[in-house]
Design a protein. Structure first.
Length: 611
């Protein structure tokens, strides 16, 4: 007997729905993208119960004829592409013709729609893929979708939904991603009768302000500087946060050709550009928009996947890195960047240091360059970006009319013996701006970056402890629970022995849950979980895989987080202790990340300065 048969449409659609419509937020995304594809200028979203009970999207777009309205719910029914070749010339968000069929399979749906040219519209009701009624109706032009009782017929899915607050957060995140690429469209979001967002059509910058600058963080956009790079391969524009606005929960968005995307590799480019400006648990805000020819990216994007493949990722990585460095550099030296505002430019006063001139940096691309091979840049000459922007408030710039104070120090630093004979025990150090230690030495004045010195000391101490399997741990009073993605859990399990050597005691309590029972003592009061997550993510992003690389990464992140921060006062005893420990380091000149720890203002250059 033959046993193969075709599945009825309703079952096939339900299976498809499992992929496309995973939660209220994905349903909302599909509906709103349809409205945008229909050319809507105003979109209203109404939700009840975080979308479980109702998800409604009202638009003033093209509307549908009665027949189209019915057709729209068939699987692979789309007005957006006709042939495979169109896939490479996409101008719409949707094209697979799957969304409405999927939603109709797992919810009770009511749509009212009218084309502007038609006199009457149509109302259509569908539940679980069955058309219940369709009749003419008087209604405004445009389309009004009501999705009720999502997953009413798939109890397993409904149970799988998270708490209302989590589902609402997902909805709001999806909303941000759409609102941030369509600033020219007005959006309204009402949740359980409360108006959450009312965003008029505006410039992109104003849109960002309207979303994120609500009461708590008014003036959010004054924390941003603009980003722009036009090359033959790609154009990049948007806004990035000033380093001082970085925080644990930063707003970070990449978009490509009008679509939100996740891109851990490009994220790494951003983080590289900010290196040395942020502490381990700080992340910069960014809103970065790429546009490039559609054939340069993989268009066959799965509706729920936000990772997008680019053909020339390394080159774009470099362009992005250079563009960000340029913006940060400009922000430090050109006090006229914040184009949307007049007057109150929050440029630090050091930005106006007279006598500093920098030529506009060139974007040069090395297609062979691979950021994933950990490389420590010990010479600054290779790339004049660094000098341009890494030390915005550096004291060294006070000596800027000296030929090249950094080169000076580098030459001297090779002869450390000369510098460090016994001056360290005799001279009286002092603190400067809660950031530096000034230490008289044989040949001049040493300016030591406290944070860098401290982090290098901690790093070498941690590496030693890890190698000897002798961590110094600190029990946690109330163990915290980490819920991770499957990938992160996997990685955490692999790295557990190394993390253990560093002082983390981690127990797996469920498949993807872990309790953190002890943390490295070095961390003191810093947020150990944030550091742990940072370690995991940087390892995941950079694909580090050897034990040695892991040890380096773990020690680096811990040291970075635990080292004394700018602005914190050091007791004299602590300062002396730090100097002693730093003086015993094998390499006193560079941090493990290749940053310079101290500068020497030679007696000679002081004389010249005062000339
Ligand atoms: P896709 O968006 O991939 O084409 P969907 O299932 O999301 O597939 O939608 C099917 C079709 O229904 C669309 O191609 C479009 O013609 C029509 N449609 C859906 N939503 C709207 C809307 N809000 N306004 C006008 N037409 C719509
Ligand atoms: Mg669609």
């Amino acid at each position: 007997m033959d046993i193969i048969h075709l599945l009825p449409d309703s079952v096939a659609n339900q299976i498809a729905a499992g992929e496309v419509i995973q939660r209220p937020a994905s349903c909302l995304k599909e509906l709103v993208e349809n409205s945008l594809d229909a050319g809507a200028q105003h979109i209203q979203i109404i939700i009840l119960d975080a979308g479980r009970t109702l998800l409604q999207v009202i638009d003033d777009g093209s509307g549908m004829s009665p027949t189209d309205a019915r057709m729209a719910f068939e699987r692979h029914a789309t007005s957006k592409i006709r042939e495979a070749a169109d896939l490479f010339e996409l101008h719409t968000m949707g094209f697979r013709g799957e969304a409405l069929a999927s939603i109709a399979a797992v919810a009770q749906l009511e749509v009212t729609t009218r084309k502007p040219a038609d006199e009457t519209g149509t109302i259509l009701e569908i539940a679980g893929s069955q058309v219940l009624r369709q009749e003419p109706v008087q209604c405004p032009a445009g389309t009004n979708f009501k999705v009720k009782n999502l997953f009413f017929n798939v109890p397993a899915r409904r149970r799988f939904l998270k708490t209302n607050s989590t589902e609402l957060r997902n909805i709001v995140n999806e909303f941000y991603r759409i609102a941030l690429v369509n600033p020219n469209v007005s959006f309204m979001l009402v949740n359980d009768d409360e108006l959450m967002f009312d965003l008029p059509a505006s410039s992109l910058k104003q849109r960002i302000e309207n979303i994120f600058g609500k009461t708590a963080r008014k003036g959010f956009t004054s924390q941003l500087v603009d980003l722009k790079a036009d090359t033959s391969v790609v154009s990049v524009y948007g806004y990035i946060g000033k380093p001082e606005s970085a925080s644990r929960q930063a707003q970070q968005y990449f978009f490509v050709n009008g679509r939100y995307m996740r891109h851990p590799y490009f994220h790494k480019a951003v983080m590289t550009a900010y290196q040395g400006m942020l502490t381990a648990d700080q992340q910069p805000h960014y809103f970065i928009y790429f546009s490039l020819s559609p054939e340069m990216i993989d268009v066959n994007i799965h509706p729920t996947k936000t990772e997008i493949k680019f053909q020339d990722e390394q080159m774009i990585w470099q362009i992005l890195l250079a563009a960000i460095k340029e913006s940060l550099g400009k922000f430090n030296i050109v006090p006229s960047l914040d184009f949307d505002r007049e007057g109150d430019l929050d440029i630090p006063s050091s930005a106006n240091t007279p006598g500093q001139t920098f030529s506009a940096p060139q974007v040069r691309v090395n297609p062979q360059y691979n950021p994933f091979t950990e490389h420590i840049n010990r010479t600054r000459s290779a790339n004049n970006w660094q000098a341009l922007y890494t030390e915005p408030k550096s004291i060294v710039s006070a000596a800027s009319d000296l030929a090249d104070p950094l080169a000076d120090t580098a030459a001297e630093a090779n002869d450390e013996a000369l510098l460090f004979d016994d001056t360290l025990t005799q001279a009286a150090p002092s603190q400067y701006k809660d950031k530096y230690i000034l230490l008289p030495a044989t040949q001049g004045l040493l300016i030591i970056d406290r944070h860098r010195a401290h982090m290098t000391v901690l790093y070498s101490q941690l590496r030693e402890q890890m190698q000897n399997h002798k961590p110094v741990i600190q029990q946690v009073l109330f163990p915290e629970v980490l819920d991770l993605s499957a990938d992160d859990s996997q990685l955490l399990l692999q790295m557990t022995p190394e993390l253990h050597n560093a002082g983390f005691e981690i127990t797996q309590i469920a498949r993807n849950s872990f309790s953190v029972d002890a943390v490295p003592a070095e961390l003191g009061n810093t947020n150990a979980l944030a550091v742990l997550m940072e370690i995991l993510h940087s390892v995941a992003e950079t694909g580090l895989s050897t034990q040695e690389q892991w040890q380096h990464r773990i020690a680096l992140s811990l040291a970075e987080a635990a080292a004394i921060q700018t602005g914190k006062q050091l007791q004299d005893r602590e300062m002396n202790d730090l100097i002693q420990r730093w003086a015993q380091l094998k390499d006193k000149t560079f941090t493990p990340a290749g940053k310079r720890i101290f500068a020497l203002l030679t007696d000679e250059s002081i004389l010249k300065l005062l000339n």
